[in-house]
Design a protein around this ligand. Structure first.
Ligand SMILES: [Zn+2]
Length: 103
C-alpha cells in the first residue's frame, strides 16, 4: 500500500535543520563561539537583570535555521549561560543527544 505523496516543497535544497546541525558541529562555529565568549564572558540576559553569570554558551538571535548566513556574524550572537539559553530556546531541536522519545 502506497501513501499518496503531496509534498509542497519547491526546491531540493537541504533541509535547514541539517544545515544548522552541520554548522553547530563545525570547527568554524566552535571558533566563533569561543571568540564571542572571550569578548563577552558574562551572560548577557543575566547582566541585564543585574546578575553576573559566566557565559558558557552562545545563542543566535536569529536562529541558524532561519538565517544560516548569519551563523558566524557576531552581531547575531548573544553570550548566555545554560540556564538562560534553555529559557530562550525551550526546545532546541537539534537532536543532539537529548531525550529522544522511544516507542
Ligand atoms: Zn544567564
Amino acid at each position: 500500500m502506497e501513501r499518496a505523496k503531496s509534498y509542497s516543497f519547491k526546491s531540493k535544497a537541504p533541509r535547514p535543520n541539517t544545515i544548522a546541525r552541520e554548522i553547530r558541529n563545525g570547527r568554524r562555529w566552535k571558533a566563533v563561539s569561543k571568540l564571542k565568549r572571550s569578548m563577552n564572558p558574562v551572560c548577557e540576559p543575566c547582566a541585564s537583570q543585574g546578575r553576573t553569570t559566566a557565559a558558557t554558551e552562545v545563542h543566535h538571535r536569529i536562529p541558524i535555521e532561519q538565517a544560516p548566513e548569519l551563523a558566524y556574524t557576531l552581531e547575531n550572537l548573544v553570550s548566555v549561560c545554560s540556564t538562560c539559553h534553555g529559557a530562550i530556546e525551550p526546545k532546541a531541536g537539534d537532536g543532539g543527544g537529548h531525550v529522544i522519545s522511544q516507542s
